[in-house]
Design a protein around this ligand. Structure first.
Ligand code: NAD
Length: 261
């Protein structure tokens, strides 16, 4: 018996990183997963690896309403229904607020904030039609506090928590629970862009990132995407049946206070 037997869950941004680990864990727990991303090659390869009974890939740019509609249609065509959503897709840009180009701010809003809004708007009626289910939004540590150079990103992640609370209140009567994960630093391409740069040494930069979080985070290390996937599983499964509208911080203690060790 898996914790998600019989469930059909769409995960945005699932071609790599945390979304990929969520897709792998949810499939292992019995769900059929819809891997939705702009990275077609990686998404297709992951769906193939998980097998056609467990997964399918759909191309989805979360900032486009027509692509959400097409993704939902494709998911229903394959698996008959959708009763879970993980709004995981996101982008990060570093800039001081006073030097952030308007286009950059708007790009981050389009993906992180509008993307999560559209996911709720388009998928929640499908979940309601399936008899209820869950939505997990991916916010951030920076959805709860500030951090220099990530103004656009932090603004969108605060907004995701606002969306989470309103959606939880509006959708409770339809049997849909809505919660958010707020990861601190997680070991993915987002924290280590050199992993995607063929001219860089990914291990060298990974070691530098790891050393930074060894000092900053009370638990003394960066988080792993599998650990965030385990939290998303909890919030998607019946284990969290009396929980809705809440942000769940998963950060090794970073938000609790500064580590001096
Ligand atoms: N890595 C961290 O330290 C960290 C911390 C807090 C929150 N987060 C959040 O976790 C989520 C997952 O990030 P990650 O760490 O796995 O990074 P990642 O960059 O490896 O994964 C992000 C995924 O989103 C996809 N994506 C980007 N724009 C998209 C779009 N317009 N439409 C569809 N998909 C799109 C990417 O292709 C990628 O597969 C993001 O929302 C991110 O903001 C990450």
């Amino acid at each position: 018996m898996g914790k998600l037997d019989g469930r059909v869950v769409l995960i945005s941004g699932a071609a790599r990183g945390q979304g990929e680990q969520e897709a792998r864990l949810f499939a292992a727990e019995g769900a059929r997963v819809v891997i939705a991303d702009v990275l077609d090659e990686q998404g297709e390869a992951l769906a193939k690896e998980l097998g056609e009974d467990a997964a399918r890939f759909v191309h989805l740019d979360v900032s486009r309403e027509d692509e959400w509609q097409a993704a939902v249609a494709a998911a229903k065509d394959t698996f008959g229904r959708i009763d879970g959503l993980v709004n995981n897709a996101g982008i990060l840009r570093f800039n001081e607020l006073v030097t952030t180009p308007l286009e950059e701010f708007q790009q981050v809003v389009q993906v992180n904030q509008v993307g999560a809004f559209l996911g709720i708007k388009i998928v929640a009626p499908e979940i309601a039609a399936a008899g209820g289910g869950t939505i997990v939004n991916t916010a951030s540590y920076t959805g709860l506090t500030g951090m220099a150079f990530v103004g656009a990103y932090a603004a969108t992640k605060h907004a995701v928590l606002g969306l989470t609370k309103v959606a939880a209140v509006e959708l409770a009567a339809k049997g849909i629970r809505v919660n958010a994960v707020c990861p601190g630093a997680v070991d993915t391409a987002m924290t280590n862009p050199a992993a995607l740069d063929p001219t860089a040494d990914p291990e060298e930069s990974r070691a530098a990132v790891a050393e930074l979080y060894r000092k900053l985070v009370p638990l003394g290390r960066i988080g792993q995407p599998e650990e965030v996937a385990a939290l998303a599983l909890f919030l998607t499964s019946d284990d969290s049946s009396y929980i809705t509208g809440q942000p769940f911080v998963i950060d090794g203690g970073w938000l609790a206070g500064v580590s001096l060790f």
